[in-house]
Write a protein that binds this ligand. Sequence first.
Ligand code: 5CU
Length: 363
Amino acid sequence: MPIVDVHTHIYPPTYVELLRSRNTVPYVRTFPEAPDSSRLIILPGEDDPATPSTSRGRPIGPEYYDIAQKIAFMDQHKIDTSVISLANPWLDFLPSEEAGEAAKNINDDVEGLCAKYPGRLYAFGTLPLSAPAEVVVKEIERLSTLKHFRGVIMGTSGLGNGLDDPALDPIYAALQKFEQLIFLHPHYGLPASVYGPRANEYGHVLPLALGFPLETTIAVSRMLLSGVWDRFKKLNVLLAHSGGTLPFLAGRLESCIKHDGHLKQHGKTENRRDVWDILKTNIYLDAVIYSEVGLKAALNASGADRLLFGTDHPFFPPLEEDAEDWHSVMANYSAISATFSGDEKAAKDVLGGNAVRILKLDL
Ligand code: 5CU
């Protein structure tokens, strides 16, 4: 059974060029204090003038844009096939009139990268979400004709108003019609104020460990509350980071719905699909959670047949210069082997079999 990584990113060279041409977040640049080292500045607030320029964002090297390095990383970690996706913040920041063409160019680039390594690379496409919905729908239709695409990666902002925005309905309809799965991935985190005045002392820990998963949890809860899956019963979503905190909080979410007078008054507590049903029917969870505790919550919520191995490469590289295996990847491997100890078939399915089946990989 092959090992398939469904959560692995790339910034294709055309995207890096775009970031190098910018001077507001997101951008790539060098700073006079370290002219030989480019930095990737993408997250909201990473540009804070209080942060020394040489610790803003993260260093960016070829592991972010050179596909040969992705393949070398896969070989090092015994990964047979990767489903690559553009990393955040995708095209969210582009003016509406530029987004359609940019998405096409990036998706064509990625299709070309996949074609260079038959059987080793598939992809989730990028959508021009700042463009009108018709342009987005056209790109979804086009992606369904390209050999290596198996869905799309999306952030939580949708067309600007979040994933419970009814204006997304034509896009959800197209994704459902062309059987394209959404890989839902965070970027914006939580408002900086929740991290407090000492946030600068804690590096990226609070936004990445907590902001990202809570952002995903809130986005998917808004989809549920607005009835997206009541309208699009076959819309499938792969949630990053094992669903944020959704598996752990699903019971509380359901209880709050059942006890909400406003929802009851508007007839929204009856005749709806509940979160447990959605978790087992429309949601897949990646296994990028780094511990057995989190992975068991994901397993209990969605089932072993809906969990898929991932690495988040090229993010979270080891800080030691001489490390070969990445701690982050090994933690995900260990969590799978501990969670499924005694059930080798389930472990293999999570490592690759589920991805082959769900994404119809031709391996
Ligand atoms: O380290 C980071 O900032 C990130 C990021 O931006 N996106 C991601 O997928 N993982 C880590």
